[in-house]
Design a binder for this molecule. Sequence first.
Ligand SMILES: [Zn+2]
Ligand SMILES: [Zn+2]
Length: 242
Amino acid sequence: MKLGHVMANLLSLTQQLQQLYRKVFPIPCLLCGLVTEGQALCESCIAELPVIQQCCIHCAIPIEQGQICGQCLKKPPIQDSSLSLYRYEQAVPRMMSALKYHRQIQLADICAREFIAYHSLATPPDVLLPIPLHPSRLRQRGYNQSLLFTDTLAQLLKIPCRPELLKRVKKTATQTQLNAKQRHKNMRQAFKYDSSFVPEHVAIIDDVMTSGATTHEAARVLKRAGVETIEVWTIARAISHY
Ligand SMILES: [Zn+2]
Ligand SMILES: [Zn+2]
């Protein structure tokens, strides 16, 4: 038998084994519990997630009309533009918590695929920069959910992911209980740009944008390093403003 045939047989055997495995150990959808096609969410739950249809170009907050929200008209954020996939409501908070705290890392792939399906990028950034975790938090959690999301985006978009450029140098307090002002204070001096290579156009990537304090601080450090154009991409956008 020729090598090509052997490889083709092996491939089909692998596929059959995968199908068998999924039948014996089906993956239940994280949200509705029904058996999925081998991924963390079923297609109908994905289709029901609250996609942001229209949002402020600067801060990605959902708005009914126009391009810029009232807050950004008064004082625009440091980043030039922002994109987010879902409103942080309905099943999204549960999903984000599963991704962040319960090792449901496959959700990062689904979100990256959906993000690209909903956003066409006129001018793609030169590099993608995930918001880093402090090394001690990374050790504790074992993975950075924003890096997982960024890695899949990078593969699908064929844009380099460069997590080493931005470092987390301050161990910040958990932001959940803090108001917007306290969050900004908490994040001050949290990041350091750590390279002599400065790309022109960067997308900073995080899981959830709430007050915008984290991405604001990262954007401030990048502008100071000389980055010209900064976008902020997130999976979900909380409706409370910064
Ligand atoms: Zn489902
Ligand atoms: Zn805005």
